[in-house]
Design a binder for this molecule. Structure first.
Ligand code: MG
Length: 336
């Protein structure tokens, strides 16, 4: 088993602004695991606010002994091994886990989605995110993505209603809203959920601070629109805590340390009767295909990473009528 990696600066098409920051690129570590003539591809997308970087990923990878990855893979044991090396570092752990899943599919000669029990017929529509911007740029972004069937909007500023009104001048597509913890006043937030409901909003992500479950729970109890925990839900242990606080959770491979634990989180959320959204960071086709392999088991998908970047090192996977199309290739189906 041979583990190699390469830093890659993934460029964003548009400067990305959410409630708390702006940026123009994302550091990504491209991971490869080779075994018996096959190569598994993985990716760690290290958005700055999650605390990982080329340096932390390189340090972590320097401590990983690929001889520990015995085939056939025991993904639970592998994740325990990675967690024992160091806590946190969930993106680079995901990079390794995704590469091993891709390799596993290639060695077993089956697509990952099939090995994970997904039915491609249940693939949900993927939303396209539009950052906070001037009305002209927003209108241009909406027009740039004709395949888009759901728009995701980042809110959390005083001009939230203006932004929605601007979008409504160009399209009546359904909307996802992500407040990224930007809402503070309870009554104003509740009024906003009702207003957004009238505007065709299907869900609201992380309205209030992740550290304030009481306020999020208060809003969840009253909101006509499903409230989804994102920043507050990182790994498997957080799913149970989301019950009663949110209607559902947003699972991202870069938070869950990869596909194995994301799948466990899906199963746990179903047991608890929580709704499930599967999301992404700024990512290449690699991590997007990994999430797409699990997406048919989720209610909503927000897997627009490759559409928002300009130097994806892999081919764009097939996308049609607002949905990713899973192919029958072994592994993740990445085309290099
Ligand atoms: Mg979010």
């Amino acid at each position: 088993m041979k583990l190699t990696y390469q830093p890659f600066e993934l460029l964003l098409k548009h400067t990305f602004t959410i409630a708390k920051f702006s940026r123009t690129s994302t550091p990504v570590m491209l991971v490869q695991v080779a075994h018996e003539g096959q190569i598994g591809y993985g990716e760690a997308s290290m958005v700055p606010y999650m605390g990982e970087s080329f340096q932390t990923a390189t340090d972590f990878l320097g401590k990983v002994d690929a001889a520990q990855f015995k085939y056939p893979f025991d993904f639970e044991a592998i994740l325990t091994y990675l967690d024992d090396i160091m806590p946190g570092n969930s993106a680079i752990k995901a990079g390794i886990d995704i590469a091993l899943h891709d390799l596993d599919g290639k060695l077993r000669q089956k697509p990952c989605w099939q090995l994970l029990g997904s039915d491609p017929a249940n693939m949900p529509l993927t939303s396209f995110t539009i950052g906070i911007d001037t009305p002209e740029v927003i209108i241009q972004k909406v027009k740039e993505n004709p395949d888009c069937k759901i728009i995701k909007v980042k809110l959390g500023r005083d001009s939230d209603k203006d932004l929605i009104n601007t979008i409504r001048t160009v399209t009546d597509l359904p909307l996802f809203v992500d407040a990224n913890q930007g809402w503070t006043d309870l009554q104003q937030s509740l009024d906003m959920t009702h207003w957004l409901h009238e505007q065709g909003v299907l869900l609201i992500e992380q309205p209030m601070l992740k550290t304030d479950p009481d306020s999020n729970a208060w809003l969840t109890e009253r909101s006509p629109v499903p409230i989804i925990g994102d920043e507050s839900v990182q790994r498997l242990g957080d799913v149970e805590k989301a019950k009663g606080v949110y209607h559902g959770i947003n699972i991202k491979l870069m938070k869950s340390a990869g596909m194995y634990e994301a799948h466990q989180m899906i199963n746990k959320a179903r047991q608890l009767d929580l709704k499930i959204m599967i999301g992404c960071m700024s990512e290449t086709s690699c991590a997007t295909l990994a999430a797409a392999a699990l997406a048919p088991q989720c209610d909503w998908a927000d897997l627009d990473g490759p559409f928002l970047t300009s130097n994806n090192p892999y081919q764009m996977p097939n996308f049609s009528e607002g949905k990713w199309i899973l192919n029958n290739d072994n592994g993740l189906g990445i085309k290099v």
